[in-house]
Design a protein around this ligand. Structure first.
Ligand SMILES: Nc1ncnc2c1ncn2[C@@H]1O[C@H](COP(=O)(O)OP(=O)(O)OP(=O)(O)O)[C@@H](O)[C@H]1O
Length: 263
């Protein structure tokens, strides 16, 4: 089990046991996740890295109840989500999880304020105004609330998406390449905010990324390869993450060459 599970059981935001996900059947089966055990610590910022096709998105989707599993169990807090019916899963995602994607998924006809509160409006819930104010100010969106997405920069749009993910104070925020569409300055702003959301607002964030310098903002990096968690790194630096990622390339190159795989 990952040492992300450093603390007591109530310190676990989500976990998986024996999580296996296969796509297709027969000879064309792809084992995207191969019996993964993982715990995501509450109040921490966890990054998930690994080569393309290693299973990062699948892991995130299974932990978030966006995809069914082939075997194993997944819990959000104390709730086992494997086995829940679609309607229960929809409610759980809506009420307990925040999502940020590479494409910001903002509604073009709504202004920033309306986009931020849309999930709560749909759920028929009122946002906590104090919290909303705190999130809006922390993200520097106060002057932009009346703007539509087309009137905002990419970084501002992603900050709106970030506020939308945070506004219901979800137990867990999943961010899939949240800086993927941003220039480096805007990307840094979003990462700094996710960091702040963890440190100052007590949120829990899991971020999938390809970028070692993005991963360096996290507390812990989980490295996936071929559907398994093969390594992890606490207090990562961009250089250390880059070096670790290079070892995947070396391993792959030696396999392709027929040479023995490096450790
Ligand atoms: N819907 C699907 N149908 C069939 N195979 C899939 C499906 N989704 C993912 N896969 C396969 O599962 C494996 C893991 O995919 P996944 O998208 O989780 O990897 P990833 O690490 O997120 O990749 P990337 O970094 O390229 O986004 C890959 O071999 C992929 O081709």
């Amino acid at each position: 089990m990952s040492t992300a599970a450093l603390s007591t059981p109530d310190g676990i935001a989500a976990r998986a046991h024996g999580l296996t996900k296969a796509y297709g059947s027969g000879e064309t089966t792809v084992l995207a996740l191969d019996s993964v055990d993982v715990s995501i610590a509450r109040g921490r910022f966890t990054a998930v890295m690994g080569p393309s096709g290693s299973g990062k998105s699948t892991l995130m989707h299974c932990l978030a109840g966006l995809d069914t599993v082939s075997a194993g169990q997944v819990w959000l807090g104390d709730t086992e989500i494997t086995g829940l019916k679609e309607r229960e899963l929809t409610r759980l995602r809506r009420d307990r999880i925040g999502f940020m994607f590479q494409s910001f998924n903002l509604i073009p006809t709504l202004n920033a304020a309306e986009n931020i509160t849309l999930p709560m409006d749909i759920a028929g819930r009122k946002p906590d105004e104090k919290w909303l104010d705190q999130v809006v100010d922390a993200l520097g969106l106060r002057e932009r609330l009346g703007h539509r997405p087309s009137q905002l920069s990419g970084g501002q749009q992603q900050r709106v998406a970030c506020a939308r993910a945070l506004v219901s104070r979800p137990e867990l925020i999943f961010a899939d390449e949240p800086t993927g569409n941003l220039d480096s300055r805007a990307g840094l702003e979003v990462l700094a905010f996710l960091r702040q959301a963890v440190d100052e607002l007590g949120q829990t964030v899991v971020m999938v990324t390809h970028d070692p310098s993005a991963a360096a903002h996290s507390d812990l990096v989980l490295f996936l390869a071929d559907g398994r968690i093969v390594d992890e790194m606490e207090r990562p630096t961009a250089d250390a993450v880059l070096e670790r990622m290079k070892r995947f390339d070396v391993g792959r190159a030696s396999v392709a060459d027929g040479a023995p795989e490096e450790d």
